[in-house]
Design a protein around this ligand. Structure first.
Ligand SMILES: *Cc1c(COP(=O)(O)O)cnc(C)c1O
Length: 381
């Protein structure tokens, strides 16, 4: 089965009483027993719920995993994975990972006795050098946020082989439609389903997808013990969003490519970061591991030509907002918004400048989007 077919059919048919075409929402905290020790597969919704199972089966099929856990948020999914580790364990990750992940690692988990090395992951030798005897996990996020740096997933997972090091990939930016890290050798994949998987900006959610049965058993026990699972209603919304994932990703990419090309030739734009442009420095890895370039891009605005406040206030269709992956186009300023918590030093060393603009390209008509950007760049008085 191809992905578009899977996203519509896998897991969804849970109503054997009336054959409903969509998955019923089971808004129940608990399930009664037929007799002592005899259930119909569910007893308590934190531990399991048929609506959530439908979503989990669907997600596992899309990523090519053995099972999945649907969690309340993306951060809940990341928290679950980090509970595979113990105090004293060391983790290697990128120096340009999602800000919330950085905060969880650097503040909450450091305080619990774990150690982290933040390295430029696009450089495989930097990862190799950071490996210690205590290293138990390598955390990959590619493409990175907001500058779309690419990490070679297969080469990084090679480094972990035979060393008792778990490899995990945050696949939020491309979604399972455009990249499948389990096929490239990682042990687990996490998602913020808030973004492309749900795709409609109306729910927060997350997922862990497991590459092996023993990881699934451990992960599901952690999600249950910590109480991280997603509500039946939110699970239903994400499952509903996933049915159009393939069509949406193709349309996000088609729009992003046109906008990237438009910005690339605009005199007020100094640089465009988009994996679909031939000028992106990682073309060989992009061709090897990505099935598309996705809908996220960033660019450097020439502030000698364009006033930042005026640029944002002139835009009609691009909402000034954080988050990404929804049908509506969003634009933001990483320096003062999504990445401000990195501090000026951290921002500079990761390559983010006060002129960096990040765009989540939505599904509006590309001509309207390009005209909107054009008028905001050109009419500066
Ligand atoms: C948004 C995001 C997260 C966190 O997900 P939430 O649903 O906001 O908790 C993690 N990783 C990436 C790459 C994200 O974009």
């Amino acid at each position: 089965m191809k992905k578009k077919t899977r996203s519509i059919h896998t897991g969804v048919y849970k109503d054997t009483s009336y054959n409903s075409v969509t998955t019923p929402i089971y808004p129940t905290s608990n399930f009664y027993f037929d007799a002592l020790g005899k259930t119909r597969g569910y007893d308590y919704t934190r531990s399991g719920n048929p609506t959530r199972s439908a979503l989990e089966e669907n997600l596992a099929a899309l990523e090519g995993g053995v099972a999945a856990s649907a969690t309340a948020t993306g951060m809940a999914a990341i928290t679950a994975v980090m509970f595979f580790l113990r105090p004293g364990d060391h983790v290697i990750t990128g120096d340009d990972i999602y800000g919330g992940t950085y905060r969880l690692f650097n503040q909450a988990l450091r305080a619990m006795g774990m150690d982290f090395s933040f390295v430029p992951m696009r450089d495989v030798s930097a990862v190799q050098k950071a490996i210690r005897t205590q290293t138990r996990m390598i955390w990959i996020e590619t493409p990175s946020n907001p500058l779309l740096n690419i990490t070679d997933i297969a080469r990084i997972t090679e480094l972990a082989k035979g060393k008792n090091i778990l490899t995990v990939a945050d696949n939020t930016f491309l979604s399972p439609y455009l990249q499948n890290p389990l096929e490239l050798g990682v042990d687990m994949v996490v998602h913020s389903t808030t973004k492309y998987l749900n795709g409609h900006s109306d729910v927060v959610g997350g997922a862990v997808v497991y590459g092996r049965k023993e990881l699934a058993e451990k992960g599901k026990a952690i999600v249950n013990a910590l109480g991280l699972s997603q509500s039946p209603f939110d699970s239903w919304l994400v499952l509903r969003g996933i049915k159009t994932l393939g069509q949406r990703m193709e349309a996000h990419e088609a729009n992003a490519r046109r906008i990237a090309e438009f910005l690339d030739q605009h005199p007020s734009v100094k640089k465009v970061y988009y994996p679909g442009l031939k000028t992106h420095p990682c073309q060989d890895v992009i061709q090897k591991q990505m099935k598309g370039s996705g809908g996220m891009l960033a660019f450097e605005l020439d502030r000698s030509k364009v006033d930042l406040d005026r640029f944002f206030s002139k835009l009609q269709y691009f909402l000034l907002a954080e988050s990404l992956g929804g049908v509506e186009s969003l634009i933001e300023h990483p320096w003062s918004m999504s990445h401000a918590s990195m501090g000026e030093e951290g921002l500079k060393s990761s390559g983010i400048t006060p002129e960096t603009i990040r765009v989540s390209v939505g599904l509006e008509d590309a001509e309207d989007l390009i005209a909107d950007l054009g008028q905001a760049l050109d009419h500066q008085n």
